[in-house]
Design a protein around this ligand. Structure first.
Ligand SMILES: [Zn+2]
Length: 469
């Protein structure tokens, strides 16, 4: 089967991908009025129409469960004896712009510079629907045998895939016997090989509010007498995290790191150097956490870590008055090692935050987002061989394997629903791709190579039983 070239991809997929890039289809967490605004539905219809045109033999549908974001599926029946379904997964919802983009760039007006295109959601994860359909189309058009494929594009991923479980129930007959899941929403350490994700961290977000007064008071009269809600919050956070080192104090939020994971981290940094440090636009003089490059890989992929991602109850600096504020709210985002159950983690966090509040302050909290982490099951021999071959053919280098610091809740969920399913989590989110940050970028040659690798996987899937197990 001749692989697609960049011309094919640009001619057939890029115009519609660029159109998709203009739609501000933010995930529901960032657009409460998403249903009225209609952007997610418009993006779903656009992808569905393009997929129908690209894969005329596919059954393409946009599903709308009541009150939930849409899901697009494209099902292509097998041309070889039916041996189960390959699901190719991506998502169409986007993160918000985050802030001002650099000179000449705009989140919703795509800009091409050389072989790179800049726009929000183009790499995370807009390209996925296009790569998936182009990969299948290349097999169909070349008359190469392929398995039954369901392309599944959801629209709540950036909100913790809150609608996905309902759709997995609803689509159970459509998905049928899932044997292989190809997830096109993951990362890459470099653009010189196919990167396969071996683990993902979990996540639990907690919104905590510390209240001390019925209303704000002149700080000249209240300070020194009424305890500050911010100071009490600091004290509460210290129960979770050592402010000096960033070490997470709760034992149940840690997991034993397998020796092979440590070995892989060392091998990666031996080859690529301080990969994690190189990704970070750290200001001069700022010292990173972790004693060595390999330790930083582990810290990013297997350690719990706290980020305070939102604050409430305080005015903007320009209008700050001398007031002792009645309350402070913080959103605590805790990344979790892959095996840790986010519900167990939430219970542990809630227990220490609610235990005997300092100064008798009123503390309330709720979990706002949870995601189970994931550890890849061992690869079947045919799959390991094929990934390596696809990487060598497309990139000229062997496949790379690494953990990721982010979360894709779908993988854990699918693993639970379909025990024995094989996973390939890969993607185009490499250096400078800036997913979730400003100036998000898709590297077109990488998107093309990933597309061709998917086609190789689909073709090899139909021959997999011929190989010795
Ligand atoms: Zn994504």
């Amino acid at each position: 089967m001749p692989p697609l070239n960049l011309d094919d991809f640009e001619r057939r997929a890029l115009p519609t991908l660029l159109e998709y890039a203009t739609i501000p289809c933010l995930s529901p967490s960032f657009d409460e009025a998403w249903e009225a605004n209609g952007h997610l539905n418009r993006a779903a219809d656009l992808l569905a129409d393009w997929t129908s045109a690209t894969l005329p033999s596919a059954a393409v549908r946009v599903h709308h469960l009541t009150g939930r974001t849409p899901v697009v599926t494209a099902t292509i029946e097998a041309t070889t004896p039916d041996e189960g379904t390959v699901v190719i997964y991506g998502h169409l919802d986007k993160q918000p712009p985050l802030g001002e983009w650099s000179e000449g760039l705009d989140p919703f007006r795509p800009v091409r510079r050389g072989d790179r295109v800049y726009a929000r959601g183009i790499a995370d994860d807009g390209y996925a629907a296009f790569s998936a359909a182009m990969a299948v189309a290349s097999l169909v058009e070349a008359g190469v045998g392929h398995p039954r494929v369901v392309i599944l594009i959801e629209a709540s991923e950036e909100s913790g895939s809150e609608d996905l479980e309902a759709y997995l129930d609803y689509l159970v007959d459509e998905l049928a016997d899932v044997q292989l899941l190809i997830c096109l929403d993951s990362g890459a350490l470099s653009y010189d090989r196919l990167w396969v994700t071996t683990s993902l961290r979990g996540l639990v977000n907690t919104e905590v509010t510390v209240s001390v007064l019925e209303r704000g008071l002149h700080s000249g009269s209240a300070s020194g007498v009424v305890p500050s809600s911010f100071r009490i919050l600091r004290e509460l956070l210290e129960r979770i995290e050592d402010a000096t080192t960033g070490h997470v104090r709760l034992a149940s939020l840690h997991a034993a790191i397998p020796p092979e994971v440590r070995d892989a981290a060392r091998a990666t940094t031996d080859e690529f150097g301080d990969v994690i440090a190189n990704e970070m636009p750290t200001l001069e003089g700022v010292r990173l956490m972790g004693d060595s490059p390999a330790e930083r890989v582990l810290r990013q992929t297997w350690y719990p870590a706290l980020s305070v991602i939102g604050l409430g109850g305080a005015p903007a600096p320009a209008i700050a008055g001398n007031v002792l504020r009645p309350f402070t709210t913080a959103v605590l985002s805790m990344r979790l090692p892959p095996p840790v159950d986010p519900n167990v983690a939430f219970e542990a966090i809630a227990a220490v935050l609610l235990d005997e509040p300092p100064a008798g302050a009123k503390v309330t909290l709720r979990a706002t987002n949870t995601a189970q982490g994931w550890v890849s099951p061992p690869l079947a021999p045919w799959l390991a061989t094929t990934l390596d071959r696809a990487s060598r053919e497309q990139f000229g280098a062997p496949a790379g394997f690494t953990g990721e610091g982010g979360s894709i809740p779908f993988l854990a969920s699918l693993g639970q629903r379909y025990p024995g399913v094989q996973f390939v989590a890969t993607g185009t989110l490499g250096p400078d791709s800036n997913a979730h940050g400003i100036d998000e970028m898709l590297d077109l040659p990488t998107a093309l190579r990933v597309t061709n690798a998917v086609a190789t996987l689909l073709e090899a899937f139909t021959h997999r039983t011929e190989e010795p197990r």
